[in-house]
Design a protein around this ligand. Structure first.
Ligand code: SME
Length: 162
C-alpha cells in the first residue's frame, strides 16, 4: 500500500520529503498507536544507518515500549533514566554522539553507538518519547533533531490521545 522509497539529498530535503509522506500516511486516521506504528516504519525505511526507531509512551512514572522497528527492546524506562528518560524528564531533545559516554545509557541493542531522543507533548502534557538509534557514532546532528521533531509534531497533531 505504501510505495515510497528512501528519499535522497541533503538532510533538510530528506526530512521535508518524509514529512510529506507522513502526512499522507496519517490522512484519515486519528488512532495514535496506528499512526505511531506507521511513523516508526517510515523512519526505518526513510532514514539511513539506523538499528532502532520507535516510541515509548508515558504510563504513570515510566516510559513503556510502543510501536518500533528493530530488535526487541527494553520494555520499561523510568523517567530520568537513560537517554529516553533524560529527554522525557528534561522535556528536551537529546542527541548522544557516543552512547558509551552517556552516563546511565540503557543498552537495549549492543550495536547502538549514537542516539536521538525527542520528547512528545500533547499540548503541554508529556505523552512519550520518539527514539532513534544508530550503529554509527555521531550519526545525529541538529538537522536530524529538527527533522524528527517536525515528524513527531505531525504525529501529535494527527492523533487522538485517550
Ligand atoms: N538507549 C535507550 C533505551 C531505549 S533503546 O535504545 C531502544 C536509553 O538509554 O534510554
Amino acid at each position: 500500500m505504501f510505495e515510497g522509497e528512501r528519499p535522497t539529498g541533503s538532510k533538510p530535503q530528506i526530512y521535508r520529503e518524509l514529512a510529506l509522506m507522513a502526512e499522507g500516511l496519517f490522512r484519515g486516521e486519528r488512532d495514535a498507536i496506528a499512526n505511531a506504528a506507521n511513523l516508526s516504519g517510515l523512519l526505518w525505511m526513510g532514514i539511513s544507518d539506523l538499528n532502532w526507531a520507535g516510541f515509548y509512551f508515558l504510563r504513570g512514572e515510566a516510559l513503556v515500549l510502543g510501536p518500533f522497528q528493530g530488535k526487541p527492546a527494553c520494555v520499561r524506562i523510568a523517567l530520568g533514566s537513560g537517554v529516553c528518560g533524560t529527554a522525557a524528564a528534561g522535556r528536551k531533545t537529546v542527541i548522544v554522539p557516543d552512547v558509551e559516554k552517556f552516563p546511565g545509557h540503557i543498552a537495549c541493542d549492543a550495536a547502538s553507538r549514537s542516539e536521538l531522543a525527542v520528547p512528545l507533548f500533547s499540548a503541554t502534557r508529556l505523552v512519550g518519547v520518539l527514539d532513534l538509534d544508530s550503529p554509527s557514532p555521531d550519526r545525529f546532528d541538529e538537522a536530524d533533531a529538527k527533522g524528527v521533531e517536525v515528524l513527531a509534531a505531525l504525529w501529535l497533531a494527527a492523533s487522538d490521545f485517550i
